[in-house]
Write a protein of this length. Structure first.
Length: 370
């Protein structure tokens, strides 16, 4: 299981009173118990603020812990007047209508795996029952998740460990009751490895490359590494990876997709033929499949890509599969699609995955459900 974000929450309460007044012990507390709290992603922190009465909350976020930060200093930094170089600042108003309700403040664009220290200064809108200046500073310390952490499973199909990268979209962290589509990416023969020290080979192409470069995708993305001794992608391994993802994450099982390039293109066709009932759509690139079994997967929308100058896997591998699916009787409700790039060799995947060829395969997949 990939290591999810770890965060610890502690509370520091400071009360500052004016020189002419003392705080009335009967005055209601500003913060509700155990607040604030936080939900942590790989690039965002969502603060959850609950106040017991109306007021303002100023917050300043730092990459290092601050020593004895006062409410006045938090507000200075939030207003841009301090000198402590916070990475995020702001002020949120809690109106009377929002009292005792959870107010969410989303801090985005942060750095994965980085530790952050959030300081919040609460100021009540009115002093009740006696005039007073009640300031409370509270802190949330957290470490963000890795963007695409490494994980592994013990594969019964292979009799050993299979390493993989697991990417969770930011909303998977921020919306804990929602389910998300799953995309399994199968690499080519050049990226095989031991699943540990050689796992980073998987990052050279396709979705894991895009994710590693900062692109957000609306899927849970599982990118495994095939052991070097394996000649091709066993359907049993792909099945185990999907089962593992379902067990570990909130997968929408009606929206599960497989894509792959070259050897992974072969694996994509093979899995769709073997397990058509599990998939909502597939995108095989520069691969080939068994035309004699093509009709078993005619219920799975397929969009194949190939270069007509591919000297490694002839484009007939994609042409024949698409033609075989569309020739089934009765024909598929969604005809298989084929895009051939003129003058393009074996690498027909870069322009397909990054969208520079003008095709959005991700939106295309997401339109299909089981």
């Amino acid at each position: 299981m990939p290591r999810l974000a770890r965060y610890a929450i502690w509370v520091l309460l400071l009360s500052a009173c004016s020189s002419s007044d003392t705080t009335d012990p009967l005055s209601p507390q500003l913060w509700s118990a155990a607040q604030p709290s936080a939900t942590v992603g790989s690039e965002s922190i969502q603060l959850h603020i609950v106040l017991a009465r109306a007021g303002d909350v100023s917050y300043s976020v730092y990459a290092t812990a601050q020593s004895s930060l006062t409410a006045a200093q938090v507000r200075e930094d939030a207003d841009g007047a301090g000198g402590r170089a916070p990475v995020r600042v702001g002020t949120t108003e809690i109106t009377q209508a929002l009292v005792e309700d959870t107010v969410a403040v989303l801090l985005q664009g942060l750095t994965p795996a980085q530790a952050y220290y959030v300081y919040l200064a609460g100021t009540p809108a009115t002093a009740d029952p006696a005039p007073s200046d009640i300031d409370e500073v509270r802190t949330v310390s957290t470490t963000l998740a890795e963007r695409q952490p490494a994980a592994s499973l013990q594969s019964a199909a292979l009799g050993g460990a299979v390493g993989y990268y697991a990417y969770l979209p930011e909303d998977h962290y921020l919306h804990p009751h929602e389910k998300f589509p799953l995309l399994v990416f199968l690499h080519g023969s050049g990226e095989k490895g031991n699943g540990t020290t050689e796992l980073n080979r998987v990052l050279v192409h396709g979705p894991p490359k895009l994710i590693n470069g900062g692109r957000d995708l609306p899927f849970i993305v599982i990118s495994p590494q095939l052991p070097a001794a394996q000649g091709g992608w066993p359907t049993g391994v792909v099945d185990e990876l999907i089962n593992k993802a379902i067990a570990d994450y909130r997968v929408d099982t009606t929206r599960m997709y497989v894509t792959g390039l070259s050897l992974g293109g072969y694996g994509t066709w093979a899995y769709a033929v073997a397990k058509p009932g599990r998939l909502a759509a597939v995108v095989p690139i520069a691969g080939a499949g068994s035309t004699g079994q093509a009709c078993t997967m005619k219920g799975v929308p397929a969009w194949a890509f190939h270069g007509d100058a591919d000297g490694t896997v002839n484009m007939s591998g994609s042409v024949n599969m698409v033609n075989a699916i569309n020739a089934c009787s009765p024909p598929p409700s969604v005809l298989a699609q084929l895009t051939i790039y003129p003058g393009v060799g074996h690498d027909s995947w870069t322009r397909t995955y990054d969208g520079t060829a003008g095709h959005d395969i991700y939106a295309w997949m997401l339109q299909y459900h089981r």
